[in-house]
Design a protein around this ligand. Sequence first.
Ligand code: NIG
Ligand code: FE
Length: 399
Amino acid sequence: MSILWRHARLATMDGARPWGWIEDGALLTEGERIAWVGADADLPATLTAAQEIDLQGALMTPGLIDAHTHLVYGGDRAAEFERRLQGASYEEIAKAGGGIRSTVTATRAASDDQLFVAAAKRAHALIAEGVTTIEIKSGYGLAEDHEARCLGVARRLGRELPVTVRTTSLAAHALPPEYAGRPDDYIDAACAWLPGQHARGLVDAVDAFCDTIGFTPAQTRRIFDTAKRLGLPVKLHAEQLSNQHGASLAAEYGALSCDHLEHLDAPGIDAMRAAGTVAMLLPGAYYFLRETRLPPIEALRAAGVPIAIATDHNPGSSPVLSLLLMLNMACTLFRMTPEEAFAGVTVHAARALGLSDRGRLAPGQRADLAVWDVGHPRELAYRFGVNPCRQRIFAGQTT
Ligand code: NIG
Ligand code: FE
């Protein structure tokens, strides 16, 4: 089925113009792909479509991409939030066996269906704001069967909801209680699970948490070596709470992205630039943990490292389910421009997932689109607490 969308303001995020802007644009979808994009006045006379829709000046953009989430988990951490408000730090809580490990207990206790229903609600909140692709990490199972269950729930979300789900294995997220004092044995186990997860089609990429309350660079390297042997791309929770030089390590493996990066240094930036690694900034976690050290935005920008933005939705450090709010925070907290922030949830987010078929409005790209009740895309980063998404098109279908 072909649909011709006419008289749209198009932020194509493609080409040299700011926002890839087309003031009075038209876009043709054929099945699940974009077939033609340009100025309405330039529409070829020969071009026909089964249906024609006049958008009367509404804004159309690529569907949004949330390229870093931990959407599948049991329970919540509201009590931990209260403890932090009373003065306990995120690291102190983690070191005392709370934090990620308390979510592991709740996740293991939940059935597959309970995990699915809770995660589907979260995914729907993102979808309502024009999100068409979501990355979902494991990392709250931390045992072979529970990790596989969480990845399986993520895959089921992709089958049953109108959204593309990309899965990431994050077994190296925290040390589970069974392995207390034996982190290297746990890494051995996590490496041994990967081939099976991969063989079952559960994994698109491999991640680790390289930090004082996570795993060491040497342990991270072992996870990455296993991923590399399987031909799986890697990414890293790097330089979030301290500088472990994780970004340079990840870049050595051609990482798709390094994520958080508040403590990233100049050699890390150089390594990322040379490797073409995306800097994935997570303003929700920065805000919710009341961090004061900013990621080195100016240096990343100067080096030409592509910057992506995501929710990092998780129950501990970023319980946010609004990618639009992240646009606002990327601007207010990180001083990014609205256009940079928007590129961060479209074209650069696609790159952070290794996907070249989305994130821009151009012929051949997937017809994942969003229509907004705003006059200019900068308004998407400006207002918050209101959802201007009028319509969402997923693989050519209005949803
Ligand atoms: O991206 N840094 C590690 N992982 C998550 C937090 C997970 C949690 O606290 O449950 C993050 O911030
Ligand atoms: Fe994360």
